[in-house]
Design a binder for this molecule. Structure first.
Ligand SMILES: Nc1ncnc2c1ncn2[C@@H]1O[C@H](COP(=O)(O)OP(=O)(O)OP(=O)(O)O)[C@@H](O)[C@H]1O
Ligand SMILES: [Mg+2]
Length: 175
């Protein structure tokens, strides 16, 4: 089974994945490493200062890396581009834009880059993409602003165990 953890940079995908690794005895898949191995990194984007991955080729590369019967966690803002048929659960991590601005402020990011990410969070960008790509039937959204990464992990485990219902679309930063 594969769990895609998506969300704006800084929402806590990596720290949550670390907790899930232990809780589910899972393997964390690094999309960048896989993209490099499968040569689907297309270019370096000077504006965002990051490599651009060919979103349409992610699924094939991931499919080639996974084995039946194992549990995988993919923490990446691109993980919702993995085709829904490969995904058991797609989690969109959210964060109050004011809290996110503080978290990103601790990184060596320019004000412009922080602003762009905060705006993406305001506009529900990852959630909208995840819905459009077809993850609705296994989509769950979590506000990480006031929850520890451990608590976020526990909620994901509860969703997998059906102790908690899937839920998305309730978080609105623009009021
Ligand atoms: N639930 C949480 N509560 C408080 N702080 C958190 C939480 N989750 C993450 N953080 C903090 O926010 C920062 C960003 O977390 P993390 O690196 O996991 O984000 P990310 O979504 O993986 O970002 P990126 O997309 O850039 O890889 C870290 O300093 C982390 O400790
Ligand atoms: Mg990360």
């Amino acid at each position: 089974m594969l769990i895609a953890i998506t969300g704006t940079p800084g929402t806590g995908k990596s720290v949550t994945a670390k907790h899930l690794e232990k809780a589910l005895n899972a393997e964390i898949l690094n999309i960048e490493q896989i993209a490099r191995k499968h040569k689907i990194l297309v270019e370096y984007d000077d504006r965002t200062m990051s490599m651009v991955i060919d979103e349409f080729k992610i699924s094939d590369a991931i499919e080639a890396e996974i084995k039946k019967g194992k549990t995988y966690v993919v923490p990446s803002h691109l993980s919702h581009f993995i085709m829904p048929s490969l995904v058991k659960l797609c989690v969109v991590l959210r964060c109050d834009p004011l809290v996110l601005e503080k978290r990103l402020g601790k990184r060596a990011y320019s004000q412009k880059k922080i602003g762009e990410n905060v705006m993406c969070e305001f506009l529900d960008a990852c959630l909208i993409e995840a819905v459009e790509i077809g993850h609705k039937k296994h989509l769950h959204e979590i506000d990480t602003s006031k929850k520890s990464a451990g608590a976020v992990c526990k909620e994901i485990v509860n969703v997998l165990n059906k102790k908690k219902k899937l839920e998305f679309g309730k978080i609105k930063w623009l009021k």
